[in-house]
Structure formats: C-alpha cells, structure tokens
Design a protein around this ligand. Structure first.
Ligand code: ATP
Ligand code: MG
Length: 310
C-alpha cells in the first residue's frame, strides 16, 4: 500500500475574472475547487495511474470536510485527522484578458506536537513491511522543522520505503533520517547544496554526494521542461522533457512522485520508471491547475519518452 501524508493540505479554488481590477467589484465567470496540497495531489495522480493509496494528514473545518469528501468521491481512501481551525483555501484568480495569475492563500491550521505524534502513531499501526510512505509539501504552523526526520525514521523502522519531497530546511532536516528516495527539482537541490548547479553532470555529482553522505538509495532531480535525472548508485539516466502544450506546471513534481511511488510498488525497472514518470509529468502540465491527467493521455506519451545514460 502507498500512503501519502499531507500535513498542510489546501482546498484549491480557481476562478476566472476577465480584467481583474483592485478596489472594485469583480465578476467571476468560471469557478472550480480541487482538493490540494502535495500529498493529496500525489494520491489523485496515483488513482489516475490505476493505483491505490491512502491519503492521510491534517484537516480542519468546512474546507477540510470538502477535501475529504472530494477525495472519497474519487474513490481515494482517506485517513485524515480533523483538528480545530480551518484548512487553507487557496484562491487562484486567473485573468484571461491581462494574462495574470493572482494567488490569495489562507494561513491554515495550527498543530501541536501531540496532534502530529498522534497521527504518526496511527499511521504506524497500519504501515507494513514493503509499504511506501510519501511525505511531501510544507508543514503547518506549530510543526517543528525536523518533523519529516521524525516521520522518516519511524516509517523506516516500520519497514516502509519513504519518499520525501520537500524543500529548504524541511528537506535538509529530513535527509538526516535517510529517506529511500528524494525528488528535489534542480533549484531545490542547488539551494540545498549552496551553489548553482546548472548542468545535468553537476546535478548528478551533487546527488551522488548526498546519497553517500545520507545513505539515500535513489534521487530523482526534476528540471521542469528540461526533463529529469534518475540517479542510483549504479547508474544515472537523463530523460528529456516532452514537448507538450503547457497549461499549468503546478503539481508537475507531484505527478512525478506519484509515478515513482507506483513504479516502486510494482517493482518496475529504472527504464520503465523513467518512461512512466516523464509521461505522467508531461501529461499533467497539459491540464489546468492541479487537475490530474487522464491515463489515456499518459499512455500515449510513454512511447515518446527519450532518455540516455549519463
Ligand atoms: N514545461 C514542461 N514541459 C514538459 N514537461 C514538463 C514541463 N514542466 C514539467 N514537466 C515534467 O514534469 C516533471 C516535474 O516538473 P518540475 O521539475 O517543474 O517539478 P517541481 O518543480 O517539483 O513541481 P511542483 O513542486 O510544483 O509540483 C519534469 O521532470 C517533466 O517531466
Ligand atoms: Mg516540487
């Protein structure tokens, strides 16, 4: 089983307002809401890929309930903890006339260490040897910076393979507990290493250093439209980005993480993993917002993926 953990989810509300004007009354022409937050996005993509996952994390209030029921309507198993307060609603205002994107993000809930620990202990009751736990995204207010390190350590002890997709301090701290796989993008890896890593060769060297230093089995470095690097101790593959019409790159990384989790669970070869993740990432940038792409679109892109050894 794959578990996704979203400690700071959000209800993504996307509206269109032609010619948005501040200090004035604006009319919304179209509107949609999607359950969001990185782990939640991963669960949505796993579902489209024909896999199963349980989405867990922390929710609160009406927005929390809306996220939970939307996931259940998608037949995604949920195991969220409900706490006091209101889960963030992140409002994205798209202006198709002026071609602007404006985000208005709510602060979200506050959590205590007791809540975090309670959720972790509950997860550990169900996690078994060979399961995959995906930890991704930001942390809510009140969560210590080393939360991911604590969770990685505990899930590994329960026999799970942990995939960590976080950035900044959360990644730096989480690494110390030796997750199985991390998926930074090139900017996140550069920030972590404290130097600008431009070429695939530079990124590969940095990843190999990290793998040795922190005992990490696999690192996937995504590079937006430039594709991604798949690095294990034995080999590195560089997959080119697919040329597709881009609608929204939000959540592209989450789609890659979903494909990596599924590939890991089904024991795919590194080559098939590269094919599936590249196609899934590209298919998702063809969709608006964090809407997950349909499997038919992904399937058609798989034969187009080009990669080589580095
Ligand atoms: N413009 C694009 N064209 C084609 N494929 C893309 C494009 N942008 C992203 N992708 C695909 O999605 C993958 C992940 O993208 P990216 O590196 O932007 O992730 P990210 O920065 O972690 O995104 P996020 O955290 O917002 O989900 C890339 O490796 C690539 O396969
Ligand atoms: Mg990312």
């Amino acid at each position: 089983m794959i578990y996704t953990v979203t400690l700071n989810p959000a209800l993504d509300k996307t509206v269109e307002i032609p010619s948005l004007t501040v200090d004035s009354v604006n009319r919304i022409t179209t509107m949609r809401t999607d359950p969001g937050g990185k782990g939640v996005n991963v669960s949505k993509v796993i579902q489209k890929l024909g896999g199963e996952s349980t989405a867990t994390g922390i929710l609160g209030g009406g927005a929390g309930k809306a996220i939970c029921s939307a996931l259940e309507a998608m037949k995604i198993r949920t195991g969220f903890w409900f706490v006091e307060g209101e889960t963030r609603t992140n409002l994205k205002v798209i202006d198709p006339v002026n071609h602007t994107n404006t985000d208005l993000n709510e602060p979200g809930v506050n959590v205590s260490e007791e809540i975090l620990n309670g959720l972790l202990q509950e997860l550990l009751l169900t996690v078994n040897e060979g399961d995959i736990v995906v930890l991704s995204g930001s942390l809510p207010k009140g969560a210590p910076k080393d939360t991911y390190a604590t969770w990685v350590k505990a899930c590994k002890k329960a026999g799970a393979k942990v995939i960590l997709d976080a950035d900044g301090e959360l990644l730096a701290e989480g690494l110390k507990a030796s997750p199985y796989l991390i998926k930074p993008n090139n900017h996140e890896l550069s920030a972590l290493m404290g130097e600008k890593l431009g070429t695939p060769e530079e990124l590969k060297e940095a990843a190999l250093d990290l793998m040795k230093k922190y005992d990490i089995a696999k690192i996937v470095i995504s590079m937006g439209g430039e594709g991604a690097l798949y690095i294990t101790e034995e080999e590195t593959l560089y997959a080119e980005g697919l040329k597709v019409p881009v609608k929204s790159t939000v959540g592209a990384g989450d789609s890659v993480v979903a494909a990596l989790a599924i590939s890991e669970e089904s024991g795919k070869s590194i080559e098939d993993t590269v094919r599936l993740s590249t196609a899934t990432g590209a298919a998702n940038v063809m969709c608006s917002g964090t809407q997950a792409a349909e499997y038919d679109v992904i399937k058609n892109l798989i034969p187009k993926v080009v990669f080589r050894k580095l």
